[in-house]
Write a protein that binds this ligand. Structure first.
Ligand code: PEP
Ligand code: MN
Length: 375
């Protein structure tokens, strides 16, 4: 950090600034440049607030040379292992990030019934998804809309995971529910409305489960990385960032998909970045083209809303695609990855991560492998 001093400061006042820093235990050096005096802080002041320095008499401004999210920015090429451990069945692990084949997480907006979630789980797996997504606790803009099946929905998700071997990503809305949801979820989703819920971020960090952190609908890139920092600071490095569209003056679509966030986030942190073209656009016809673009610009995965009868979805029906369209998205993804030489690994691994799937479910992502072989 650099402290800019008032231009007219005499040398006694400059010394007083250095003395005050010394009292605070901070190693600092005065440097003159272009006729101005600045103080370079040599100690690590990452955890010190700026006002600690700007309140010192004679200091005009405190300028940080590195971003305040020191943990997020120091992580390099992170890859995260995802296993269906909550259901206690799958032996497979999928890898996300760091040059692996992009991971497809797909499923309905909400868990609607035991039969629906199982049917969709089987369909998305056949179409090439490696993780099943669905909300049991739903954050809805209107309190009169379907709020999710809650704990009952988590039980249905667990059963679908047992039957298919697919790991589960599902949303947690409040800090007091983190432990409950983590009993069922292999990835804890923190949604756009909760990106600023710092107690929730901390609690999810403490649990040590992978966290899918969605960008706040009006959040800057720095704010998203600060939110990730809350999870990382609890000792949990398994954070997946998700670009899901932001609010702009454009009103034709639900949101504006900020794809520049993908390479930008990757230049600022080594955490995996996925894209959700479903919530970003709100229209099923937009999902496939934007999924293609997301993969082409380097996304480590896709989060997609898929329903076996999209127009009958209880929530977000307009943006749900059917399993056939998901298969096309996966096919596109593999073509793009191969054409651009993006994914080094297959995205999933044969390594044993638990007991063998009792039902002998085929490996998630098998269809991705088959596709990549046939292209
Ligand atoms: C979701 O993915 O289920 C969801 C509610 O998304 P978002 O938080 O991005 O609106
Ligand atoms: Mn939704």
């Amino acid at each position: 950090m650099i402290l800019i001093l008032k231009p007219e400061l005499d040398s006694e006042s400059e010394d007083r600034v250095l003395d005050r820093l010394h009292e605070l235990g901070i190693n600092a050096q005065l440097v003159r440049t272009s006729g101005r005096a600045v103080v370079v802080l040599k100690s690590d002041v990452t955890e010190e607030p700026n006002h600690r320095f700007t309140q010192i008499e004679g200091v005009v401004k405190a300028v940080r040379l590195s971003p305040g999210y020191s943990l997020a920015s120091s992580i390099k090429n992170k890859s995260i292992s995802i296993v269906a451990s909550a259901a206690g069945y799958s032996k497979k692990q999928s890898l996300i990030g760091s040059g692996h084949m992009p991971l497809v997480m797909a499923g309905p907006c909400s868990v609607e019934s035991a039969e629906q979630i199982l049917e969709v789980a089987v369909a998305v797996k056949d179409a090439g998804a490696s993780v099943l997504r669905a909300g049991a606790f739903k954050p809805r803009t209107s309190p009169y809309e379907f709020q999710g099946l809650k704990e009952e929905g988590l039980e249905y998700l667990k059963e679908a995971s047992k039957q298919t071997g697919l790991p589960i990503v599902t949303e947690v809305l409040s800090p007091d529910k983190v432990e409950t949801v983590a009993e069922f979820a292999d990835i804890l989703q923190i949604g756009t409305r909760n990106m600023y819920n710092y107690e929730l971020l901390r609690e999810a960090g403490r649990l040590g489960r992978p966290v899918l952190l969605k960008r706040g609908m009006s959040a800057t890139i720095d704010e998203l990385l600060y939110a990730a920092e809350y999870v990382l600071k609890e000792g949990n490095e398994q954070v997946i960032l998700c670009e899901r569209g932001i609010r702009t003056f454009e009103s034709r679509l639900r949101n504006t998909l900020d794809l520049s966030a993908v390479p930008l986030l990757k230049s600022l942190s080594g955490l995996p970045v996925v894209v959700d073209p479903s919530h970003a656009t709100g229209l099923r016809a937009m999902v496939r083209p934007m999924a293609r673009a997301a993969i082409a610009c380097g996304a480590d995965g896709l989060l997609l809303e898929v329903h076996d009868r999209p127009e009958q979805s209880i929530s977000d029906a307009e943006q749900a695609i059917d399993p056939g369209e998901l298969a096309s998205v996966v096919k596109d993804m593999v073509s793009i990855v191969l054409a651009l030489g993006l994914g080094a690994g297959s995205g999933d691994s044969e390594e044993s991560a638990g007991e063998e799937d009792a039902l002998g479910a085929v490996a998630p992502c098998a269809s991705v492998r088959t596709l990549s072989e046939s292209i």
